[in-house]
Design a protein around this ligand. Structure first.
Ligand code: MN
Length: 285
């Protein structure tokens, strides 16, 4: 304990693993796949990034989703999204697409460039049972509409949530969701310490994609390509060195059983089998 109350502690560190998905897209899976309750409400984070076209040119051709939300955040490059509802959108640097698959989406996510750098993230956010079979929605958020803040040498893009950082209220482009996700991209232009008020009980994850950071009063250097999962009580303290870039993810756990198979995330395996049948029979959407 200290004068500010309890700090969140480092519970676990995971190293992003190289893998491929879609049509041969090389990416880093930061977390996801097994034992998902500890990340609740988050299900997966991928970082895709390469300056070699062969690593991304295959893209993610037509595929379904049911039962959760996909959040794509581009740093570099151009990606085109098309879905069964007729939405077509180009995501460029800084743009975000927040898609609620609900009962079903069939979409493609394809590079809109033949060369050059492609870099970004895809986060999966779970939905509670009451929303899993709701209508699909698509929210294309342009870079210049994402609130940005300059706090004590740290540039913050607030994609989602309402969080207080060093005493300043930071409001995201997306708010009002039942899992109350917070999604901040932070760039450090000098060595800095930050204190973030995260509601007690909410999950907090810190992913360093450039540089290094330290959580609370631990002596562990969270270096590039590592994600920290923090304890669920108290204020989040982190310090990072100049030129560090990191994502902070926070959210309210749903607390329901998670059944996951490929692009479907439901509560039970019976619901997963139903989703597979619906897709195969053409009735997912
Ligand atoms: Mn997808």
């Amino acid at each position: 304990m200290n004068e500010h109350g309890k700090y969140r502690e480092l519970e676990e560190v995971l190293v992003a693993q190289a893998t491929s998905d879609g049509d041969g897209v090389q990416l880093k899976r930061v977390f996801g796949g097994t034992d998902l309750a500890r990340f609740d409400p988050f299900l997966m984070l991928d970082e895709f990034g390469s300056d070699k076209a062969k690593d991304y040119i295959g893209g993610f051709p037509s595929h379904p989703h049911r039962g959760f939300e996909t959040v794509t955040y581009m740093l570099d490059g151009q990606m085109e999204h098309r879905d069964h509802m007729g939405n077509v959108g180009i995501l460029g640097p800084g743009d975000v697409q927040w898609m609620k698959a609900g009962s079903g989406v069939i979409h493609s996510e394809m590079p809109k460039q033949k060369e050059g750098k492609m870099h970004g993230f895809q986060l999966w956010v779970n939905l509670p049972a009451a929303e899993k079979m709701g209508p699909a929605t698509y929210n294309g958020i342009e870079a210049n509409t994402i609130p940005s803040y300059q706090l004590d040498g740290v540039a913050i893009k607030s994609i989602a949530g309402e969080l207080k950082v060093n005493g300043t209220q930071v409001s995201g482009a997306v708010t009002g969701l039942s899992t109350d996700p917070g999604y901040l991209d932070m760039s450090f232009s000098s060595d800095q310490q930050l204190a973030v008020d995260v509601p007690d009980g909410h999950t907090a994850l810190v992913y360093v994609y450039t540089g290094s950071a330290v959580i609370g009063d631990s002596d562990y250097q969270l270096t590039e390509g590592r994600i920290a999962r923090l304890s669920r009580e108290g204020r989040l303290h982190l310090s990072a060195s100049r030129d560090t870039k990191l994502l902070l993810l926070t959210g309210k756990p749903i607390g329901e059983p998670i059944a996951h198979r490929g692009p479907f995330v439901m509560n039970t395996m019976e619901e997963i089998h139903q989703a597979i049948r619906d897709y195969n029979e053409g009735t997912l959407v």
